[in-house]
Design a protein around this ligand. Sequence first.
Ligand SMILES: *[C@@H]1O[C@H](CO)[C@@H](O)[C@H](O)[C@H]1NC(C)=O
Ligand SMILES: *[C@@H]1O[C@H](CO)[C@@H](O)[C@H](O)[C@H]1NC(C)=O
Length: 443
Amino acid sequence: MVPSASCRPGSVLLWALLLLLSGAAAPQEPEEPDSYTECTDGYEWDPDSQHCRDVNECLTIPDACKGEMKCINHYGGYLCLPRSAAVINDLHGEGPPPPVPPAQHPDPCPPGYEPDEQESCVDVDECTQDLHDCRPSQQCHNLPGSFQCTCPDGYRKIGPECVDIDECRYRYCQHRCVNLPGSFRCQCEPGFQLGPNNRSCVDVNECDMGAPCEQRCVNSYGTFVCRCHQGYELHRDGFSCSDIDECSYSSYLCQYRCVNEPGRFSCHCPQGYQLLATRLCQDIDECESGAHQCSEAQTCVNFHGGYRCVDTNRCVEPYVQVSDNRCLCPASNPLCREQPSSIVHRYMSITSERSVPADVFQIQATSVYPGAYNAFQIRAGNSQEDFYIRQINNVSAMLVLARPVTGPREYVLDLEMVTMNSLMSYRASSVLRLTVFVGAYTF
Ligand SMILES: *[C@@H]1O[C@H](CO)[C@@H](O)[C@H](O)[C@H]1NC(C)=O
Ligand SMILES: *[C@@H]1O[C@H](CO)[C@@H](O)[C@H](O)[C@H]1NC(C)=O
């Protein structure tokens, strides 16, 4: 290889022609009219040195050697050799002298380059060869012909030094920010977790993650609350539920007895009563329902909380029975002269502790005679003091409860009606034998 012969003569003409056509000025170095400006393949024209210069294909051609081959630049070309191949440095050997640039004097490499074994200029890696002046806080980046001192990610150059950027000042995080050397980390308030972008915070559904609610769990933004089923209340700990004793809240929940149950309550009634509309107690009419034990010869009498079987024939000598509840004293019987002519049996039931005075029973004369006058009185009975008679007119009167009474208790009162006709000097008496049952309860 003869260096000067490698350049193609004859191209000067073409070059001059191009200059003429473009109207540009002629080259300003007329003292070298024979200089060559085009070079053979593998060389390039260097206008600074005015020489053809070997091209380092290992640097300029991307992936000059495929695979595991290493690229060895060579004058006018390059070689791909296995990495293990030894490269014989023939600079000082006996091989042909290395090609030199067209100029007679050797060409020094520009700053940042150094000649390699093949005398071509290769970049000096100032970073690895410790030829840089980067600070310890800086990173050195090799560049073709030079190097650069840069700051690592998350650092910023202030003066000659790289200082950590406080990313937290730039509100990168939705909740909390922790600055770290060269970086930062976002944190979330309790009840939240970092979103996929590591910056925003998303609500944690604690209910799906085993929140310790005993009965019900309700997730909410940032937290959760425990709730309890109806009839339970949340314990002070916020998690467990305890049964509400509804019965302790109000004595009006049940008319008779309130029974607390887990999560609810129920009302109970005393014997002889049935529950009505969940809280009220209603007397069972055993006589009506057929639940009584009265015999054929008896009449069933219902009262609050129970019933009574009374003999249908209640008439005592000298009275004789004339109907189910009516006894008559025959006028023909001398024993009947001073007795009321009839006794009628009646039954009634009242509750305990009625407010007084209370009208409880009205007596009415069944037959009215012209000019007759009827007077009413309590003729006999146990504890007549608890009652009195209020006459309404001359044919009717009212039995009035005078005092509050508490059952269970039973009164038998003989209410007498005396009929007088002054014109005819007529006087007649009849009795209503009233049995008053007082129940044990106020209902
Ligand atoms: C978020 O942080 C995790 C753990 O450090 C990481 O694996 C993931 O790539 C980060 N995601 C984003 C979007 O930065
Ligand atoms: C009693 O009432 C009846 C019927 O209203 C009447 O005929 C009679 O005259 C009354 N007697 C007296 C004394 O007012």
